[in-house]
Write a protein that binds this ligand. Structure first.
Ligand SMILES: Cc1cc2nc3c(=O)[nH]c(=O)nc-3n(C[C@H](O)[C@H](O)[C@H](O)COP(=O)(O)OP(=O)(O)OC[C@H]3O[C@@H](n4cnc5c(N)ncnc54)[C@H](O)[C@@H]3O)c2cc1C
Length: 467
């Protein structure tokens, strides 16, 4: 008799992990606390309940990174994608689902699988000492007792209870004829040289217009149960700081001191927006101190008024939510195991990915890795050129951790996006003489490379059957 793997949490990630284990022939016990104990957002006892939107976002694999992740999940035999395809609704280019039918489908398929046992209980402490392999997939609303137990293993600072997300910009969309590279006072930091930041200069008129836009811009409200979320003084939303006084930002995250604009050395900027490299590839840059609750469309409109960012494309927009997530780059190994206790894997939003699809994708990988290990094989992570690999690589090491810059921690939740993929080695060709833009041709080339590499990886891996 093969020993069971335990999965804690039957949301998007946990359900997918259970399925991958079961399809590999590994017995698995799923521990889900609902309906006995609810979270603040879930309404039902169904597995894989969608707590808000019913959309899995774009389904276009050729030009959208989340669409590509859908396709990779389909090829890897994903339960979540299969149930979504079965219960999809008309939604243009997006994959939207009938949420009740979708969750019922996932629940039924897991309940009827002979290798799966489902227990409805809260795991309120560290997984039992007898469990030699467990996947923790308890999501953004992990129950407090389990969260505390995890903290006892990781250290208090390594598990956050809300996020403070600053926007991230694709490096190649920043206008360097306006901006320049320089660290404040040319000071060399522990991780690099003395020109580690991209600086965007604002004169007084531009700064005043920017402050007005922040103050009047439309904001997202906290949900009722999030209202008591404490702001850390170190990561106040930028519009809250602007509301405390018109010059607060010019003396805070936008202070211009120690910086000289080489394009206009005679004109001292009134304020400067700084961007810091966010990933080892150098493709993504983070707007320092710009965590915000402005609505996404407002962020794009307002942040594109910053000199040098007029054409900026955002890999991630800012936000602030209740969330529970690990400082994964420091804590997890490349197969999602906790370095401090390798019998535990983590999956889903708690690893620092964001969104239904990304959470399920990490669940799929955690399930496969645990299955391979249980079957006595060697785990090989997916290539970094795939959407699976790019996302996994980001949370387990690709993000550049910066310490001591005022933020409590630099690792914040991430959606999948092409900025996480290693650059292409050759310029993409435009196919069939079609009139496609350079950006579209580039995305298509990323997607073709990813799917070819994924197919090779899937062939090499254990034969977990696609349906
Ligand atoms: C209010 C809210 C709105 C959101 N809206 C969207 C959206 O519109 N689109 C989007 O893509 N993403 C959205 N997200 C993010 C989304 O929840 C996650 O991306 C996704 O559900 C995470 O999947 P997961 O499997 O990691 O966690 P979940 O799907 O939350 O699953 C975690 C499961 O673990 C269970 N659990 C928790 N603690 C324990 C315990 N101790 N023992 C046993 N079981 C436990 C929970 O009951 C739950 O079933 C939202 C999140 C929140 C909180």
């Amino acid at each position: 008799m093969m020993k069971e793997v335990h999965v804690i949490g039957g949301g998007l990630a946990g359900s997918e992990a259970v399925w991958q284990l079961a399809m590999a022939g590994v017995p698995v016990v799923l521990h889900e606390m609902r309906p006995l104990r609810r979270t603040e957002a879930h309404q039902t006892g169904s597995l894989a309940e969608l707590v808000c939107s019913n959309s899995f976002r774009s389904d276009d694999w050729a030009s959208n990174a989340v669409g590509l992740l859908h396709e990779e999940m389909r090829r890897a035999g994903s339960l979540i994608l299969s149930a979504a395809d079965q219960h999809k609704l008309p939604a243009g280019g997006a994959l939207a689902v009938d949420r009740d039918c979708f969750a019922r489908e996932v629940t039924l398929r897991l309940e009827s699988h002979p290798s799966v046992t489902i227990t409805r209980e809260e795991v309120d402490g560290l997984p039992h000492a007898d469990w030699d392999s467990a996947i923790v997939a308890t999501g953004p609303l992990t129950s407090p007792s389990l969260a505390q137990a995890v903290q006892s293993l990781t250290g208090e600072a390594e598990l956050a209870f809300f996020d403070a997300i600053a926007p991230i910009v694709h490096r190649d969309t920043i206008d360097m004829s306006v901006c320049w590279l320089q660290s404040r006072y040319d000071k060399a930091g522990p991780g690099g040289g003395n020109a580690d930041y991209i600086n965007c200069p604002l004169d007084k008129t531009q700064y005043d217009a920017f402050i007005d836009a922040l103050i009047t811009g439309e904001k997202t409200a906290f949900k009722q149960w999030e209202a008591s979320t404490p702001y850390f003084e170190g990561c106040l939303p930028i519009e809250v700081m602007a509301g405390r006084g018109r010059e607060t930002l010019a003396h805070g995250p936008m202070k211009p001191v120690g910086l000289t604009n080489p394009h206009r050395p005679d004109a001292r900027p009134h304020a400067v927006v700084q961007l810091r490299q966010d990933n080892a590839l150098g493709t993504l840059w983070n707007m320092v101190g710009f965590q915000t609750k402005l609505k996404h469309a407002e962020q794009v409109r307002i942040f594109r008024t910053i000199p040098g960012l007029a054409q900026a494309e955002f890999a991630r927009l800012g936000g602030l939510h209740r969330n529970t997530f690990l400082n994964s780059p420091a804590l997890l190994d490349s197969s999602l195991r906790l370095k401090a206790d390798p019998r535990l894997r983590f999956a889903g939003q708690i690893t620092g990915v964001e969104g239904y699809v990304e959470s399920a994708a990490i669940g799929l990988l955690a399930g496969r890795f645990a299955a391979v290990e249980r079957l006595g094989d060697t785990v090989s992570p997916p290539p970094p050129t795939t959407a699976f690999g790019a996302l996994l690589n980001h949370i387990t090491g690709g993000h550049l951790t910066v310490k001591g810059d005022g933020a409590p921690r630099s690792f914040q939740p991430m959606n999948v996006n092409f900025g996480l993929f290693p650059p292409l080695t050759a310029s993409p060709k435009r196919t069939n003489g079609e009139r496609v833009s350079k950006t579209l041709a580039r995305k298509h080339a990323f997607a073709l490379r990813a799917l070819a590499d994924l197919d090779r990886w899937l062939k090499r891996g254990t034969s977990i059957a696609a349906e």
